[in-house]
Design a protein around this ligand. Structure first.
Ligand code: ASP
Length: 590
């Protein structure tokens, strides 16, 4: 071994010991008679002292080294007179006797510190330096701990970790496939798995009734912020279970992770239906750390008008709207004109696309003022304020338009206002299950149904007859785990019957031939004793970033891609040679 100790472990109890440490030079301070050097490795930082009077040659030697040089230092552990209680080794220092230079370093392009001066692009290009920063290291350590906790928990619960192949054929999870040309089968391609979905279902047919895998998945999507073309899932499947069994099993896992990693007892998780989530929060992944639930002012064109809070025939915008609703922001009655304008601009941005925002405030003296004063009587507005449970000092923000779309827009505003009010603390966790998702989603452009989850999801048995008459109204035994407004996991009870699976493919617009060609292997397997089964997958990168209190998953992945799907460090993707192209039977068209 080139070292006897690490830079993170020495303390007062090691005083007098002779040690050898290895690491990178974090910084050096030349104080005339003394030179202080901070030596860093994965475990921490230790101060090394060189004394000009007793060892001038050594002092001279190290003064020639710069930041990030790799050295080994031998010396004696001594108590520091000037202690730094902020770091674990801050009570000691090493009186250096010998130094070995292993390698010099160019001056790094950014500072290797938590608060670095390096921009995103530069840090990604030199990711191997970025990974030296203590905060990034802490993220990867957290990820490792979560992986270990998951593996131990799952194994303890009787699950087997089984690997599934990467070179497969398409698994529809709603994205494009990455494809790999096959040299040995000219003109043919593998697809990289968007998830191990079909394989884990086949494992259930094979009788491995509890499967899990921490596994890489690949999806060729247009990269929205914080998506990676390759990402990691905790993927699970179980046989002879119903929805509640799956939820209970993974609720146990989630509780265990919070307790073991954070010492937080998150208790049992509430269940809310997809419909309820959309109606109350305008989102199928609601953040329930704060209230601000929607007040339905006008419930819908078809709804009984007597249920509407405001009378019709007074304000055309509300009259023409299918739905009118709002939420109350507590203590915000004092919002200035400018603040309201900013909120209005926020909802009018193309990403949200709303046409405007209406407000009603109940001032501290109880008086009510609104942007719709000229349309409604004071009594009508007071009734609205009362029904919405507005207290003095509150404001209600209201939007009107097409039902689901408007609720989603209002939901985005709800999160924005909660951010402004500091109601979304990274240290508070409110997980929940969203259940009873619709089976299908109608796409107006393509004029066809898509699977809301994926084509293997089972309709609720009692809804199966509706597949023929009103497919849009069919609900699935599908569920999501949502934490703080982020979808962390999703799964479903699966179809395990050939005829139903075939029917599902036909509703999704596959001809029998196409369905057989692409998924015949699965439907065939269903004919050899497929047990009832269901499962779930969690986004492991996202789970790690959530536990790390961070928004971005990128800093929890050692070597991530940028927003254009590029690895700027290794410069990939890149072209390949003519020879390779020929060998793969891929010709470039000019
Ligand atoms: N394969 C699904 C996904 O990747 C998860 C599941 O249904 O188990 O979202």
């Amino acid at each position: 071994m080139l070292r006897t100790k690490t830079c993170g472990e020495l303390s007062l109890k090691n005083i007098g010991e002779s040690v050898t440490l290895c690491g990178w030079i974090q910084r050096m301070r030349d104080m005339g008679g003394m030179t202080f050097l901070d030596l860093r490795d994965r475990y921490g930082i230790t101060q090394i002292v060189f004394n000009m009077e007793t060892n001038a040659a050594l002092c001279g030697q190290v003064r020639g080294y710069g930041r990030e040089c790799v050295i080994g230092v031998s010396g004696t552990v001594a108590e520091r007179s000037n202690k730094n209680l902020k770091i674990a080794t801050g009570e000691i220092e090493i009186l250096a006797e010998k130094v070995h230079l292993y390698n010099r370093s160019k001056t790094p392009p950014f500072t290797i510190e938590t608060d670095t001066d390096g921009g995103d692009e530069l840090r990604m290009k030199y990711r191997y330096l970025d990974l030296r920063r203590p905060n990034v290291r802490a993220n990867l350590e957290l990820r490792h701990r979560l992986g270990m906790l998951i593996r131990n928990y799952m194994s303890g619960a009787g699950f087997l970790e089984i690997e599934t192949p990467f070179l497969i054929k398409s698994t529809p999870e709603g994205a494009r496939d990455f494809v790999v040309p096959s040299r040995m089968n000219m003109g043919e391609f593998y697809a990289l798995p968007q998830s191990p979905q079909t394989f884990k279902q086949l494992l259930m047919v094979s009788g491995y009734d509890k499967y899990f895998q921490i596994v890489r998945c690949f999806r060729d999507e247009d990269l929205r912020a914080d998506r990676q073309p390759e990402f990691t899932q905790l993927d699970c499947e179980m046989s002879f279970v119903e929805q509640d069994d799956v939820l209970a099993t993974f609720e146990g896992l989630v509780q265990h992770l919070f307790m073991a990693e954070k010492g937080i007892d998150i208790g049992s998780l509430p269940h809310i239906t997809y419909r309820e989530a959309m109606d109350k929060y305008g989102s199928d992944k609601p953040d329930i750390r704060f209230g601000m639930e929607f007040v339905h002012i006008k419930k819908g064109l078809a709804a009984d008008a007597s249920e509407n809070i405001l009378p019709s025939g007074k304000f055309t915008v509300f009259d023409n709207a299918e739905w009118v609703g709002g939420f109350v922001a507590r203590g915000c009655a004092e919002y200035t004109r400018k603040q309201i304008d900013e909120l209005t601009d926020f909802v009018k941005r193309p990403q949200i696309g709303a046409s405007g925002l209406v407000w009603v405030r109940r001032a501290n003296d109880g008086s009510i003022k609104s942007s719709i004063d000229k349309f409604y009587t004071p009594e009508e507005l007071k009734l609205l304020a009362d029904k919405a449970d507005m207290q003095n000092g509150d404001i209600m923000l209201i939007m009107a338009g097409i039902g689901e779309k408007t609720r989603e827009q209002l939901g985005t505003l709800r999160l924005h206002v909660a951010d402004l009010l500091g109601l979304r603390s990274a240290n508070e966790y409110k997980p929940l299950w969203v259940v009873d998702f619709p089976l299908l989603e109608w796409n107006d452009e393509d004029k066809r149904f898509y699977a809301k989850h994926h084509p293997f999801t089972s309709p609720k048995p009692e809804h199966i007859p509706l597949l023929d008459t009103d497919p849009a109204s069919v609900n699935a035994n599908a569920y999501d785990l949502v934490i703080n407004g982020v979808e962390i996991g999703g799964g479903s009870i699966r179809i395990h019957d050939r005829a139903l699976q075939k029917k599902m493919f036909s509703i999704l617009g596959f001809t029998d031939g196409e369905a057989q060609k692409q998924f015949g292997f699965l439907m065939d397997a269903f004919e050899y004793g497929a047990p009832p089964h269901g499962g779930i997958a969690f986004g492991f990168d996202r789970l790690s970033s959530l536990f790390g209190g961070a928004e971005s998953i990128r800093d929890f992945i050692a070597f991530p891609k940028n927003n254009s799907g590029r690895d700027v460090m290794i410069d990939s993707p890149s072209t390949i040679s003519e020879d390779q192209l020929k060998e793969l039977c891929l010709t470039v068209r000019n």
